[in-house]
Design a protein around this ligand. Structure first.
Ligand SMILES: [Fe+2]
Length: 384
């Protein structure tokens, strides 16, 4: 049986952010206090934010700059402490996946008495959020995470060696403003890593145990768009940035209903312990996991056709090429991973809700073999 649901109002294209004042106007009278959560002071200078007060003079607007990537439970708690008295009815989160993840998480926390970190951890683990008191609007400035279209947020807990998920089906964004102009100034390294994250979302959504026909259609289209425009990112092509914003959004809509699988599951400890950028870490795992899943992926030919590859090796060569051109290592050794850590990382790579969503069964032994596969140097094929 196929089932698909996503209530996010997506507005995509150049100038989308200018629709923010209008969107908030439509949310009145429920919305009186707005928090703008931004990744930088610079981002707050966009005219849409000054127009917000001009068009909605009765709105009370505050802003908070949040610059951490891979946000931790501690950092989320700090942001909650700083803004809970203001008690916003809406949060407009402008930034990459980390900012949107914090913005949507805060919406689940307002109105609750959370005295300390331990209570916050307990709340996140229990997932007993109920209906959020605040609504949120996602405004991505990178093209990759798809966070603007999903109802979960990744919050890291290095102290407990865990990756946590703030997950609430009542917490989809009321709107996603996907404006490619915001992502056009990303450094190449970040643009490539973000695009590879989006590619992984699409591929994993396609073969996930929880997939459905709508997600698969969205995923194939996302894969085609991303593969076609990867090389354009190196030339700083505006068309490539525009395509990536669209491809990333479609991939987000696809995996918002299927979740991700082994690539994401195995990648989390690599990011948490070694700081490998999220999109880069998942992309290293894409071909090895593809080989593992090939025999149990329905419609494999269509997926390969969308990828423009005849087999996982060809895909792998292209990924290595993009990583090399963007100045990023393609082996765990070069990222500083110690070989003796692989068994521990393999155990941590079995993330609940992701590993068990992979079409091929995943065990710690299989994960370790995959990690061994990407540990050492292999020949790099530069993409055409
Ligand atoms: Fe991701």
């Amino acid at each position: 049986m196929n089932s698909y649901y996503n209530p996010v109002h997506t507005i995509e294209g150049a100038g989308s952010l200018n629709r923010l004042p209008e969107i908030l106007k439509e949310m009145k009278p429920e919305v009186r206090r707005v928090l703008i959560l931004a990744w930088s002071r610079e981002a707050l200078k966009h005219p849409a934010f000054s127009e917000l007060k001009e068009e909605n003079p009765e709105l009370e607007v505050r802003s908070l700059v949040f610059q951490a990537s891979n946000p931790s439970v501690e950092q989320l708690f700090e942001a909650y402490e700083e803004t809970k008295e203001f008690a916003p009815d809406a949060v407009a989160a402008i930034g990459g996946g980390s900012i949107m993840d914090v913005g949507k998480s805060l919406c689940c926390l307002y109105g609750k008495e959370i005295a300390n970190l331990e209570e916050l951890r307990e709340l996140i683990c229990s997932k007993a959020f109920g209906t959020p008191r605040a609504r949120w609007i996602g405004i991505p400035t990178t093209a990759g995470t798809g966070s603007e279209t999903t109802c979960w947020a990744t919050i890291w807990d290095p102290e407990k060696d865990a990756k946590r998920s703030v997950e609430n089906h009542e917490n989809y964004a009321c709107a996603a403003l996907v404006d490619p102009e915001l992502a056009a100034t990303m450094p190449v390294k970040l643009a490539v890593s973000s695009a590879l994250d989006a590619l992984s979302h699409a591929v994993e959504s396609y073969w996930a145990r929880g997939t459905n026909c709508v997600s698969r259609a969205l995923a194939l289209q996302a894969v085609r768009i991303i593969m076609e425009h990867m090389d354009g990112l190196f030339e700083g092509s505006a068309a490539a940035h525009e395509a990536m914003a669209r491809g990333s959004m479609l991939a987000g809509l696809a995996f918002s209903n299927t979740k991700t699988t082994a690539c994401h599951s195995i990648s989390y400890p690599l990011t948490m312990h070694y700081g490998i950028p999220h999109g880069t870490a998942v992309s290293l795992l894409l071909a090895p996991v593809f080989r593992l899943n090939a025999s149990c992926t329905e419609g494999l030919e269509e997926l390969l056709d969308a990828l423009g590859a005849t087999d996982p090796e060809e895909l792998e060569g292209r990924i290595y090429g993009w990583l090399a051109r963007s100045g990023q290592p393609a082996t765990l050794r070069e990222w500083g991973v110690r070989r003796e850590d692989l068994p521990h990382l393999a155990g941590l790579g079995l993330t609940k809700g992701r590993a068990d969503n992979n079409p091929a069964e995943l065990t710690a032994e299989k994960v370790q073999r995959i990690l061994e596969e990407i540990y050492e140097e292999r020949p790099v094929t530069l993409s055409a």
